[in-house]
Design a protein around this ligand. Structure first.
Ligand code: HEM
Length: 421
C-alpha cells in the first residue's frame, strides 16, 4: 500500500512461512507500525483516527439495533420504544448510535476544515481529497436515511421535505420530478415502502463508506501525510515511525473525544435531537418548523436562501459539488494557510460563514435570518470560485521553512542547533 520499499524482515519459521503466502504482517509493518509519518503533525491530525473510531462505533451499534428494529410504518416507532425500555441496554446502544452520528459529523467537519486550512487537497493528494468528499456525501445520505427510521414526526416530515426536492425537476421537464419522486418513495407519499427501502440502504451504505475509507487511506499512504507546514518530507530526519508516536497521540485524542461523546450520551442524550421525534409520524399534522439535524443546517439555509425551489436545490447540491473541484480551484503554490497571510483571513471568514449558515438554517426563513443565509450562501460560493484562485495568484506567502525538521527545531527554540554534517 505504501508503494515504497518494505522494511520488514520475518524473524522466525512461522513468519517466514506466512510472509511468502499472505504477507499480512509485512503490510501492517509497512503501513502502520513503521509507516514514516511527518514528525510535526498536530492534534488536528488525530481526527482521521477519531473518524475511524466513529465509523466502527456506528457499525457495531447499528448492527445491534437492527436486531430489534422493525422496518414498517406500523411498527417502527413502537420498536424504537421497545429498544429503549425492554431490550437490555437498548437505551445505551440507541443513544450511542444517535449521538454517534452527531459526533461523526463533528469530527468530519474538523477533519475537512483542517484539510482546507493546510491545503491537503493539493497535488499529489487530489484523489485522497475527492475520496473524502465521496465519503462525506455518503455520510450525509446515510444520516438522512437513518433519521427517517424511528418514524417520529421529524423523521416523516424530514423525509417528505427531502424527497420532495426531486419534484423541483418538474420545472425542467413536466412530470420528470414527480415520476422520480414516486419511484424513490415507492408510493405516492413517504410510507411503508419508503421505510423498508430506507432501512435496507441505511444498513448498506456504512459498508460502502468503509470500502471508500480503505481507498482513502490507501490514497493517503502513496504520497504520505501532508503536515502543518505544507512542505514535503525531504528525508528520514523529517519523519518518525507511526508506532508508537502517532498510535499514542491518536489514542490519547480518541480518549478525550470519547469523554465528550460520553457527556452527550449520559447527560444530554436528546440535546442534539428534536422533541417532535418522540411523537409518532402523523401525515395529517405538519410540525410548526421542520428542521433537519444540526449537521445539515448550513445546507438547509442555502436551500431556503432563494425563493425558487429548483435554484435552491441546485445551490444546495452545488455547495457539496464544488468541493470536488477544490484541488483545481486553489492556484497558490504554497499549501499551508499558516504561510498564506491573506488566504488565512478569508479562510476565517469562510468558517464564520459556515457557522452563520448553520444558525440561519435553524431559524424560520424570514427577516434577519434570511438575509444572513443569503450573505452566507454568497460568500460560500465566492470563497471557492473566486477567492481561492485569485488570492492564490496574487498574495505573497511567508517564507517557508527549509525542512520539517528545521521547522520543528525552530518552534521548540532550537533554531541555532544544526545537525552534524
Ligand atoms: C469516515 C470518514 C473519514 C475517515 C475515517 C477518514 C480517515 C482519514 C485518516 C485516518 C487520515 C490520516 C490521518 C489524518 O490526517 O487525520 C485522513 C487524512 C485525510 N482526509 Fe480523511 N477520513 C474521512 C473523511 C474525510 C473527508 C470527508 C475528507 C474531505 C472531504 C477527508 C480528507 C482528508 C485529507 C485531505 C487527508 C490528508 C490530510 C493530510 O495529510 O494533511 N477525509 N483521513
Amino acid at each position: 500500500m505504501s508503494g515504497g520499499h518494505s522494511t520488514y524482515t520475518p524473524t522466525n519459521g512461522f513468519t517466514k512461512w506466512l510472509d511468502s503466502r499472505l504477507p499480512l504482517i509485512r503490510v501492517m509493518n509497512d503501513n502502520v507500525t513503521n509507516f514514516p509519518t511527518p514528525k510535526n503533525l498536530n492534534y488536528w491530525y488525530t481526527f482521521g483516527a477519531i473518524l475511524t473510531f466513529c465509523l466502527a462505533v456506528q457499525l457495531v451499534t447499528g448492527i445491534v439495533l437492527a436486531m430489534h428494529y422493525v422496518a414498517s410504518a406500523d411498527k417502527a416507532f413502537a420498536s424504537i420504544e421497545y429498544i429503549m425500555r425492554d431490550v437490555n441496554y437498548g437505551w445505551l446502544i440507541r443513544y450511542v448510535h444517535m449521538n454517534g452520528a452527531s459526533m461523526f459529523f463533528l469530527a468530519v467537519y474538523v477533519h475537512m476544515f483542517r484539510g482546507l486550512y493546510y491545503g491537503s487537497y493539493k497535488a499529489p493528494r487530489e484523489i485522497l481529497w475527492i475520496l473524502g468528499v465521496i465519503i462525506y456525501f455518503l455520510m450525509m445520505a446515510t444520516a438522512f436515511l437513518g433519521y427517517t427510521l424511528p418514524w417520529g414526526q421529524m423523521s416523516f416530515w424530514g423525509a417528505t421535505v427531502i424527497t420532495n426536492f426531486f419534484s423541483a425537476f418538474d420545472q425542467v421537464i413536466p412530470g420528470l420530478g414527480s415520476g422520480v419522486l414516486e419511484w424513490l418513495r415507492g408510493d405516492f407519499a413517504v410510507d411503508d415502502a419508503a421505510v423498508k427501502r430506507f432501512f435496507a440502504l441505511h444498513y448498506l451504505l456504512p459498508f460502502v463508506i468503509a470500502g471508500v475509507v480503505f481507498l482513502h487511506i490507501w490514497a493517503l499512504h502513496v504520497p504520505g501525510n501532508n503536515n502543518p507546514t505544507g512542505i514535503d518530507v525531504k528525508g528520514p530526519q523529517d519523519t518518525v515511525p507511526f508506532h508508537p508516536y502517532y498510535t499514542v497521540k491518536d489514542g490519547f485524542a480518541t480518549a478525550i473525544f470519547m469523554m465528550l461523546f460520553a457527556v452527550f450520551v449520559f447527560y444530554a442524550p436528546n440535546y442534539l435531537g428534536h422533541p417532535d421525534n418522540y411523537v409518532e409520524a402523523n401525515p395529517l399534522v405538519t410540525p410548526a418548523h421542520i428542521v433537519p439535524e444540526w449537521y445539515f443546517l448550513p445546507f438547509y439555509a442555502i436551500l431556503r436562501a432563494v425563493p425558487d425551489k429548483l435554484t435552491g436545490v441546485l445551490l444546495m447540491f452545488g455547495a457539496i459539488g464544488v468541493l470536488f473541484f477544490v484541488p483545481w480551484l486553489d492556484w497558490s503554490k504554497v499549501r499551508s494557510a499558516s504561510y498564506r497571510p491573506v488566504f488565512r483571513q478569508f479562510f476565517v471568514l469562510f468558517v464564520i460563514a459556515c457557522l452563520a449558515l448553520g444558525w440561519a438554517g435553524a431559524q424560520p426563513a424570514e427577516g434577519a435570518a434570511l438575509l444572513i443565509a443569503q450573505v452566507g450562501t454568497f460568500y460560500y460560493f465566492i470563497f471557492f470560485i473566486f477567492i481561492m484562485p485569485v488570492v492564490g495568484l496574487w498574495e505573497t506567502p511567508r517564507k517557508l521553512p527549509e525542512s520539517i525538521a528545521k521547522a520543528v527545531l525552530a518552534k521548540n527554540g532550537h533554531a541555532a542547533v544544526q545537525p552534524a554534517q
